[in-house]
Design a protein around this ligand. Structure first.
Ligand code: PBG
Length: 305
């Protein structure tokens, strides 16, 4: 009689890859999550696969950042090298690349800055298209633009198609809110904006019609899958975007959602396993086909027991 299923096949594990060798660096605000150098990443991915998870979402932390985020579209960039290593060691693993500038720019914004410090949407599109192309060329099975610039899905799709990468799908972060729940991630990726915030390009938490509008626009521009982010505080958005579009939909159970559970569990205030599985089941119930969550591997192991 159960209406909603939660299995390992619904879960996507985010992983952070960093420059260097032999690195397994804890992220204090995200207990249980580490920044890994490439060999350690490959090892971790094998554990994720052994738990029954088929897909990972990859974030890169480059050795150096600059104004134009050039590490994002460098053929020998950290994510490009990591994608090659992962696909070489396990061709059956689905590797999704996060397509964004903020981990690579010295100012921490998701696009190119004008002299006055505001983000220049349109000239950022070329950099994002180059980033997606270099990720797909390195072997990424899908690209997931998380920058929220207007028009980026069309720009990325156009560039991939031009270069013959017509089979590489695009997972659009179509409804990404300007959320306080990304705090721990920004520690992990060292991507807190040096000045200002992301409200110029991410969405107002008070809006839901806009989420539907943005999602439809992304479908028109060629997105293959949509996403709502964060997840738990936005379950109504997950539900309404699914109802309005019928498109394949992911929800991102973000760093702050994860860290709150970890903190409460660490203090002995909550049953971590029950609470985490309840949260993930609820995200599925709201209408998400896939869930990106730092709990993916643990949840898959728990579901198996
Ligand atoms: C990059 C990006 C962010 C997250 C995923 N991709 C951070 C941000 O927009 O500041 C957050 C993920 C999380 O909190 O787990 N644009």
């Amino acid at each position: 009689m159960r209406e909603t299923e939660l299995t390992a096949s619904h879960l996507i594990q985010p992983l952070f890859v960093t420059a260097g060798a032999g690195v397994r660096e804890d992220i204090p605000s995200m207990p249980g999550v580490q920044r890994l150098s490439i060999a350690e990443l490959v090892e971790e991915a094998a554990g994720v696969r052994a738990a029954g998870i088929g897909s990972v979402l990859l974030f890169g932390i480059p050795a150096e950042k600059d104004e134009l985020g050039s590490g994002a579209y460098d053929e020998e960039g950290i994510v490009q090298m990591a994608i090659r290593a992962l696909k070489e060691s396990d061709p059956g693993l689905t590797v999704i690349a996060d397509t964004c500038m903020c981990e690579y720019t010295s100012h921490g914004h998701c696009g190119r800055l004008r002299d006055d410090g505001t983000v220049d949407n349109d000239s950022s599109l070329e950099l994002l298209a180059r980033t997606a192309l270099s990720q797909a060329e390195a072997g990424a099975d899908a690209v997931a633009p998380s920058d929220m610039m207007d028009g980026r899905i069309a720009a990325i799709r156009g560039r991939l198609d031009e270069e013959g990468l017509t089979e590489t799908p695009g997972i659009s972060y179509s409804a990404k809110y300007a959320s306080a729940f990304y705090g721990p991630f920004r520690d992990a990726a060292d991507s807190t904006p040096a000045a200002g915030d992301r409200r110029g390009y991410q969405m107002d938490p008070a809006n839901v019609l806009e989420a539907i509008r943005e999602s439809k626009l992304d479908l028109d521009e060629g997105a293959d899958m949509l996403m709502v982010k964060p997840a738990l505080p936005y379950l109504d958005v997950v539900h309404r975007v699914k109802e309005a579009t019928g498109a394949p939909l992911a929800a991102y159970h973000v760093s702050g959602e994860y860290s709150m559970l970890k903190a409460a569990a660490g203090a002995g205030w909550i049953d971590e396993r029950a609470a985490a599985l309840e949260a993930l089941t609820s995200i599925r119930r709201a209408g998400a086909d896939a869930i990106i969550t730092y709990y993916a591997k643990d949840a898959a192991n728990w579901l198996d027991e």
